[in-house]
Design a binder for this molecule. Structure first.
Ligand code: SF4
Length: 347
């Protein structure tokens, strides 16, 4: 570690900086200088949802019951810290089933898988555990119901996301048309406009999706809504919570990994709701403290796959530099839980 003379990044920062391993760790703080005041607004609810919690428990319980390694097809949830912790416990993450040996359990991720995946697991006589979130499975069932009724199905979602691949893969190729944008909705030419149905990815922006559905409904007035909203309770609650804190925050920090759809949506929602700046960060180490220049209120939230200790560490890092007044938002109280697969619940 070394201390160098540096340009202050904040008005109350020292002109000396601590450098460790070539990385700027922060200013040398003067213990008698007053810390600048900062209001911290914590969104509620934030972080883990019931589907993520269940998926992680499935891997943990499988490791306890069957020992390591346990194979996991795709990141169990889209969070680097969660994946690293499970790797350290003995999980092996792979992208395809052919990377799994036949004598070890394999877990399918929370995002869901195309039907071909369990079919292939059965063919190879693999022992598998399905950690697909029950709210994603609900969308799969809906899509199948529409298909059985002979409807042409539109899936609103993002190409390449594993959940979209899983939902499209419930049905034969060509049965589902993916719509990603309002332009796609405006251009869509169904073969039978009077016999359409739509489902959505569970982690979309509520406002963007409403816009796309609005276009489809104007063009195809009989288009029915799903029995129950496909965008899940956790996505809805987190977007509403970030809207409440964003309007009076100059900076909003969303903890989550870049491949986490719902976390990326929270950044977009915060910007639209009035945050001057909104950034996605993996953890407190990713903060550039110059972002706080001129900021009097910072909003903090976390995507549905981000663990609460990452938020606690960020608040602690802020409190070390600022005279922080932390105000917790009073949002929806979530009580949703999902059962584990029976074979693990019995352990
Ligand atoms: Fe399930 Fe929603 Fe969580 Fe995805 S974000 S795992 S759909 S509860």
């Amino acid at each position: 570690m070394r201390v160098i003379a540096a340009k202050p990044r904040h008005r109350n920062e020292s002109t000396l900086a601590i450098i460790f391993g070539g990385r700027y760790l922060g200013p040398v703080t003067d213990p008698i200088a007053p810390k600048p005041a900062l209001k911290v607004r914590l969104a509620t609810p934030r972080g883990f949802c019931a589907g993520v919690d269940r998926a992680i428990q499935i891997v943990e319980r499988a490791l306890e019951k069957y020992g390591s390694p346990v194979y996991v097809r795709h990141e169990i949830v889209h969070n680097r810290h969660v994946v690293e912790r499970l790797k350290n416990l003995g999980a092996v993450f792979v992208e395809e089933l052919d990377e799994c040996p036949t004598d070890r359990p394999v877990v399918f991720s929370a995002h869901g898988v195309p039907k071909a995946v369990p079919a292939e697991a059965q063919r190879r006589q693999l022992f598998y555990l399905d950690a697909t979130c029950p709210l994603v499975s609900k969308v799969h069932v809906e899509a199948e119901r529409h298909f059985s009724a002979g409807r042409q199905i539109v899936l609103i979602g993002h190409a390449g996301h594993p959940e979209v691949e899983g939902t499209m893969g419930q049905l034969p190729e060509g049965a589902v048309t993916l719509i990603e944008t309002p332009d796609d909705a405006a251009r869509f030419q169904p073969s039978d406009p009077g016999n359409l149905a739509y489902v959505t990815q569970t982690t979309l922006s509520l406002d963007d999706t409403a816009e796309i559905i609005g276009i489809l409904k104007r063009r195809f007035p009989g288009l029915p809504d799903p029995h129950k909203e496909d965008i899940c309770y956790a996505t809805t609650n987190r977007q509403e919570a970030v809207k409440r804190i964003a309007a009076d925050s100059e900076l909003v920090l969303v903890i989550g990994s870049p491949n986490s759809s719902n976390s990326v949506r929270l950044v977009e929602v915060a910007r639209r709701a009035g945050a001057k700046v909104a950034r996605l960060i993996d953890d407190a180490q990713a903060v550039d403290w110059s972002w706080f220049e001129g900021v009097s209120t910072v909003g903090i939230t976390a995507g549905a796959s981000a663990p609460e200790p990452l938020i606690e560490a960020l608040v602690a890092a802020i409190a070390a530099r600022f005279d922080a007044e932390v105000v917790e938002d009073s949002g929806a109280h979530e009580t949703v839980t999902f059962k584990l697969p029976r074979v693990l619940a019995e352990t």
